[in-house]
Design a protein around this ligand. Sequence first.
Ligand code: GLN
Length: 454
Amino acid sequence: EAFNANVAAASQLNAFIVTTPEKALEAADKVDADRAAGKPLGKMAGVPIGMKDLFASKGVQTTAASHILEGFKPEYESTVSQKLWDAGAGMLGKLNLDQFAMGSSNETSYFGNVISPWRRNDGGNAALAPGGSSGGSSAAVAARLCPAATGTDTGGSIRQPAAFTGISGIKPTYGRCSRWGIVAFASSLDQAGPMARDVTDCAIMLESMAGFDPKDSTSLDMPVPEWSKALDANLKGKKVGIPREYRMDGTDEEILKSWDDGIAWLKDAGAEVVDVSLPHTKYALPTYYIVAPAEASSNLARYDGVRYGLRELPDGANLQDMYAATRAAGFGDEVKRRILIGTYVLSAGFYDAYYTQAQKVRTLIARDFEKAWAQCDVILAPTTPTAAFPLGDKVDDPLAMYLNDVFSVPASLAGLPAMSVPAAINADGLPLGLQIIGKAFDEQGVLNAGLAIE
Ligand code: GLN
C-alpha cells in the first residue's frame, strides 16, 4: 500500500505509463495467505516491482511507449515477468521507456519523457534525463517508488540509465533471460535484466528472471546459479583488465577520475589490475547503429494496423494506404529513423557494404574480448562518457545521443554480461556509474566486482 501511494504521489516524474495497484496488493495478500498456510515463499515474495512497458502483461496495456501499440492488451504474459510473479513479486505498474527501447534519454516515448528525480546542486532547476531506454525503471528505483524494476538492454539501456540515476543494473549474458513476450527491438542483442538499489538485490532478482525457455530459440539451456549466495567482494586472485581504448576523447574528466578510483578500490579488494587492449572498440558504435536498426526494421514490420493496437483508415483507403497511414501516425521520429537506416543497410545494393561488413566487425569485437580474457577475469570501464544531461539537450542531435552509448555497445555486440554500479557523486551532485564487463556466463564475477565497488 505504501508503495502504491508513493507511485501515485510521484506522478510528476512520469515514470509509469499505467499503474496496477491491485496487482501489487494481490501479491502481498498471496504472501500473507501462503505464510499462514505454511507454504514456502518465493525469492521475490511480496516485493512490489515496476515492469518496463516492453514486457507483455496479460490483460494490461503494453505499448513499448509507442502510439502504434496504444490500447494493445496482450493475451499472454512474457516469460520473464511470469517467472517474477511465480517467485512472488507483484506489479506496481508498467514503466515508461524510449519508444521501442530506441533512445538514451527517454525522450522518444509517445507518453512524454520521464524526469530524473536527481537535481544538480547548483540551484539550477533544469530537469535531467533519467537515461534510456529504461528511463522509467531507473527513475522509479532511484526515487524509491519501487525496490526494483525490470529493464532491457540492447545497447546499454539497463546500464546507462542506472549510471545516470545512481542505481545498479545488470545485463546478463545474451540468452540468460528469455526474450519471449518482450517487444523485440534487435533480437540478436536484446536482453532483460534487473535494475535495483544494489548489487545484492540485482543478484536475487536475476535468479528469478533467468532460465531456459523452449519458447525462445536463443535461450541458454544452462542451470541458473544462486548468484546471491556466492556474492564475495574479496577479489584476491582475480585480474581486472583496464581497456586502453576506452580512454577516449569526449569523456569527461570526472568520469576518468572515478574510473581511477574504481581501479584503486578493486586493488584494495585484492584484485590485480592489468592493462588490456580491445583494438576494435572504435568500430563498436557504427557497427551497433547498423546491426540494431537492421534487425529493428525487420522486427517492426509486424506493426501494420492489422494485428495490434492502432489502425488508421482514411476515407476510401485500400490496404496499402491503411498500412502507410497507420505506420506514419503510429511510429515516432526516432523509430522511423531506425527503420529507414535499417531498410537502407539491408537493401540489395548496400547489404554487403554495410550489413555484411558490420557482422564481420561484430565478430572482431567479440574476438577482442576473447583475447582479453587470456589476461583478465573482468574488465572495468566507465558506463557513460558524461553524467546525466538536461532533458532537451540532445533531442535534436541523434548523433550526439548515439555517442552516449560508446562504452555500453561493445559488450552488447559480444553478448557478454555487463553491469553498472554507482561509483561517485560529481561536483554538481550527480551520480556517476562504473561498468564491469565479464566473460560469457560469468555473471558471478561481474556481480562480485560490482560488490567491491559499491
Ligand atoms: N541507446 C541505444 C539505442 O538507442 C540502446 C538502447 C537499448 O539498449 N535498448 O539503440
